[in-house]
Ligand binder design. Structure first.
Ligand SMILES: Nc1ncnc2c1ncn2[C@@H]1O[C@H](COP(=O)(O)OP(=O)(O)OP(=O)(O)O)[C@@H](O)[C@H]1O
Length: 374
């Protein structure tokens, strides 16, 4: 995974945020600015996160040898780990890079501290695992006056869902191999039942959607809103390429223990990526975990059609009532759950459990149809 498919606008609270683009940055900071930055970060982050950040982590930067940069995000760099004391796993190191704008640098610090805090609470087969972090968290930046003194160690993911979608697009464009008459006939029967999709790819897609749903269900059970679900943030396992790993939790929002999950909350608006953002988040209205259900519905539609939502209009088209077109041959259960999933009305939107059950039912039917054809 070494590139990004799109330069979709990643919105923070401020619309003109730009990504750091240097592939070989100078990580050094002026020591006074470094101390000022970390003081500001500690003042503005929730106290529980500051406490967890300071007490976690045990790795020293000098014990880890990193290789090439694999990806540049809005907040920092992800590089391959070449060697590290005590581990032979294929890992990556996520670090921050200096930002010219002080406010952006502060956002970057929030992003990495939040990602660490959230990942350290999660244990799910479809969520990337945090394998380690630097000793002292953000305070290491103030101590060393280097932005890369603060880092996360994560499993290396070879591919994202965006890459997989491009792969399916290429396969779809390929001329079909000539088949025997009986093969063509049975393929036709399956593809009618699987609404004109290649039956094997259709089942693979359902498997992927179910795993994403299960990861979101786990997050919601931990009172966390992901807020940035999109194909660029869904990866696949290094060894088992059918296993999904959700990653990039820097935009996630943990809700306090005492709040009612059914109710909406006054949270920062326009957080995430505009194209996949729920309408209430775009409108800067109160929201809850159902914001992820909206984004998930758009991702499901994208997986099945291989088209990006609102590609021919503007990325914020949802806020003007626009929704992707659902092909009429799709099963009615799928049509219904998608329409509910991207509804403006939060009570109409299903929970991730309900969504997963519908997808599992479709997968069962597709598996049975494929067994019948053998
Ligand atoms: N675990 C990983 N294995 C391999 N490559 C990765 C991994 N995590 C991230 N990357 C690469 O690095 C890029 C940036 O990572 P990530 O999205 O986590 O950073 P970010 O600063 O949070 O970015 P964003 O602007 O998307 O929020 C990704 O687009 C991807 O190409």
């Amino acid at each position: 995974m070494e590139r990004r498919r799109s330069n979709d606008n990643v919105a923070l609270s401020q619309p003109n945020y730009r990504e750091p683009e240097q592939s070989n940055p100078d990580f050094e900071l002026d020591p006074r600015n470094a101390r000022r930055l970390i003081r500001a970060a500690e003042k503005t982050l929730p106290p529980a996160i500051v406490k967890a950040d300071a007490s976690s982590g045990s790795y020293r930067r000098q014990d880890i040898k990193v290789g090439k940069v694999l990806g540049i995000g809005g907040f920092g760099h992800v590089s391959e780990v070449l060697s590290m004391k005590g581990s032979n796993d294929m890992l990556v190191m996520k670090t921050l890079v200096p930002h010219k704008n002080a406010e952006h640098a502060l956002f970057a610090c929030h992003h990495i501290a939040m990602e660490k805090y959230i990942l350290s609470q999660l244990d799910h087969p479809n969520i990337i695992r945090l394998r380690g972090s630097n000793k002292g968290g953000l305070s290491a930046i103030a101590e060393t006056a280097r932005m890369d003194a603060c880092f996360l160690l994560l499993d290396r993911l070879p591919e994202t869902l965006s890459d997989r979608i491009e792969h399916w697009q290429r396969q779809q464009a390929k001329p079909k191999r000539r088949r025997s008459f009986t093969q063509s006939l049975s393929a036709l029967v399956i593809s009618r039942k699987s609404f004109a999709q290649d039956p094997d790819i259709f089942r693979e897609k359902l498997g992927i959607m179910i795993q994403i749903a299960s990861a979101l269900e786990h997050l919601h059970s931990k009172r966390i809103i992901l807020r940035d679900l999109k194909p660029d943030n869904v990866g696949f396992d290094m060894k088992e390429r059918r296993v999904v790993k959700l990653f990039d939790f820097g935009m996630a929002e943990p809700l306090p223990e005492n709040v009612d999950l059914e109710k909406t909350h006054d949270l920062a608006g326009r957080v995430g990526t505009t194209r996949y953002m729920a309408t209430e988040v775009l409108r800067e209205e109160p929201y809850n975990v159902k914001a992820d259900v909206f984004s998930f519905s758009l991702v499901v539609w994208e997986i099945l059609t291989l088209e990006r939502p609102h590609e021919r209009s503007s990325p914020d088209a949802s806020v003007f009532g626009e929704r992707p077109k659902i092909p009429k041959e799709w099963p009615s259960a799928l049509k219904r759950i998608l329409q509910r999933g991207w509804s403006d009305d939060l009570e109409t939107r299903p929970s991730m459990i309900e969504f997963r059950l519908v997808l599992e039912d479709l997968k069962r039917q597709a598996d049975e149809e494929s067994d019948e054809e053998l």
